[in-house]
Design a protein around this ligand. Structure first.
Ligand code: BG6
Length: 480
């Protein structure tokens, strides 16, 4: 059968990891602008890498430069977007997923009028994409909430965030009516794993963190449903997707205890998609709330909004899988995407500890499609690792192997009947890591000459994987 004729092959980036230009043309500070690069923390120590405290924020505001804040400089995509898009076009991209930095449009989130310079920038980016017939796929919120919303209103834990976000999204829909594909919240489920990055909650200021996290998640569900409705009204034919971190967990053994624990982890991972696709909270989660004394402010009006405005498609990130056991003592743990989980002894890992599991992608696609029967879109996948630039070349067969195996798995799922709309690899051009703020964790087909401290020329080089991916796209995935 093979991939759809109109399969959307491409890549995915986010404003805060690429653009830099953190204080240019009226941009305000976002939560990403206070994330530090920590050379003394083990890259596998996910929790230490993402923790942000009130003190960290105060220091970051005072710092006033990008020295320890790599997301403030990114890869200077703000000034290189034409060159970068030209390279994506050369690979034959049909789609580019990117995010609109909320702080370029509303620097603090709560202004009445949008910043015209921010709108003008994204207008140019979209025009540039259209020039090459590359479809924009825009994420409205990708770990870059205005910092002022976090410090003034406790981020997404407050209902005020809903109003401000709806105002921002409306401006985006009105300004860019030629964008057909939109995602609301990147990895929405991650609110409970990194509440500051994902929802602007400063943990040391929260009196009841678990409750605040789930309230923030609920507020994001409501905001997402509201903007889905507005997008459908303002841009006829537009398609709005939810975005889930697909964290596939296997039982460590066939012991029923282990199977049950793994099942519960998978069900909890699905729950945000349940709300956004089916329009209501699953009873298992309501039971979890009750057992954990989580009391959310959910109105009848909000329930109706959720019910009436479900998503058009399901998008997700997939990088790795994990294992779980009833008794986790003795289980070797390793890092993964926004998590730490059991290490599968049958799988290799990247130097950052993420298990490489192409079959896990096939399993995830089959499960997701069977559960929801909605079109699926893989909007992040890839291998973050060290690359060596020698004489202007990077020989990254390891990356090609990674992609080849994942594409084979996708093909198997498609041949089994899964409706897959497209695939955007994460970081088609090297960018700043979300979790560790490193440059050295590289995902790209395009190498960017910058190191973790920001030294380097910033020059772009094609890796071996560049031509390989170009050929995959040209043959619609037939030749790997
Ligand atoms: C996802 C995020 O969590 O994974 C991206 O949506 C992120 O922003 C990607 O970059 C890879 O994670 P990391 O930590 O390697 O950058």
């Amino acid at each position: 059968m093979g991939f759809r004729k109109d399969f959307l092959w491409g890549g995915a980036i986010a404003a805060n990891q690429v653009e830099g230009a953190w204080n240019i043309d009226g941009k305000g500070l976002s939560v990403a602008d206070v994330a530090t690069y920590k050379p003394d923390v083990d890259v596998k120590d996910y929790k230490k890498n993402v923790a942000v405290t009130t003190k960290d924020i105060e220091e970051a505001i005072q710092a006033g430069n990008d020295k320890y804040y790599p997301k403030r400089r990114g890869i200077d995509g703000y000034h290189h977007y034409q060159e970068d898009i030209r390279l994506f076009a050369e690979m034959g991209f049909k789609v580019l997923r990117f995010s609109i930095a909320w702080t370029r449009i509303f620097p603090n989130g709560d202004e009445k009028e949008p910043n015209q310079a921010g709108i003008a920038f994204y207008r140019q980016v979209i025009n540039e994409l259209k020039k090459y017939h590359i479809e924009p796929l825009v994420t409205l919120s990708h770990y870059e909430m205005p910092l002022a919303m976090a410090t003034k209103y406790s981020g997404w834990a407050s209902k005020q965030a809903i109003d401000e976000f709806v105002k921002f999204a409306k401006v985006c829909f009105e300004s860019f009516p030629d964008v057909k594909y939109w995602l609301t919240f990147n990895e929405i489920d991650s609110v409970t794993r990194h509440p500051f990055t994902s929802a602007g909650i400063i943990p040391d200021q929260s009196k009841n963190l678990l409750q605040d996290e789930y309230q923030a998640l609920h507020n994001q569900f409501v905001a997402s449903a509201m903007v889905t409705k507005i997008a459908h009204e303002l841009i006829p034919g537009s398609q709005i997707g939810c975005m889930l971190t697909k964290l596939t967990t296997y039982p460590a053994t066939s012991k029923p205890d282990d199977v049950l624990v793994a099942l519960n982890k998978n069900l909890l991972n699905y729950f945000p998609a349940d709300v956004q696709v089916k329009g209501a909270y699953p009873s298992l989660v309501l039971d979890y709330f009750a057992k954990n004394h989580i009391k959310l402010d959910i109105t009848d009006e909000e329930k109706a909004i959720l019910r009436e405005n479900t998503v058009d498609f399901i998008s997700f990130s997939y990088y790795m899988s994990m294992i779980a056991a009833g008794d986790e003592n003795g289980l070797e743990m390793t890092a993964g995407n926004t998590v730490v989980g059991g290490k599968n002894p049958y799988l290799e890992t990247t130097p950052w500890g993420w298990s490489i599991d192409p079959l896990g992608l096939q399993i995830s696609l089959l499960e997701l499609y069977d559960r929801y029967q909605k079109p699926l879109f893989i909007v992040e996948n890839g291998m973050g690792t060290n690359d060596k630039l020698e004489n202007g070349k990077v020989h990254d067969e390891y990356r090609i192997n990674y992609f080849r195996e994942h594409f084979k798995a996708m093909r198997q799922a498609v041949d089994a009947g899964v409706d897959l709309m497209g695939y955007t690899s994460w970081g088609p051009i090297d960018l700043v890591s979300a979790s560790t703020s490193q440059m050295s964790k590289r995902y790209g087909f395009i190498y960017v000459d910058l190191d973790d401290e920001g030294n380097g020329t910033g020059k772009r080089y094609k890796k071996d994987s560049f031509d390989w991916y170009k050929h995959v796209i040209a043959t619609n995935g037939e030749e790997l």
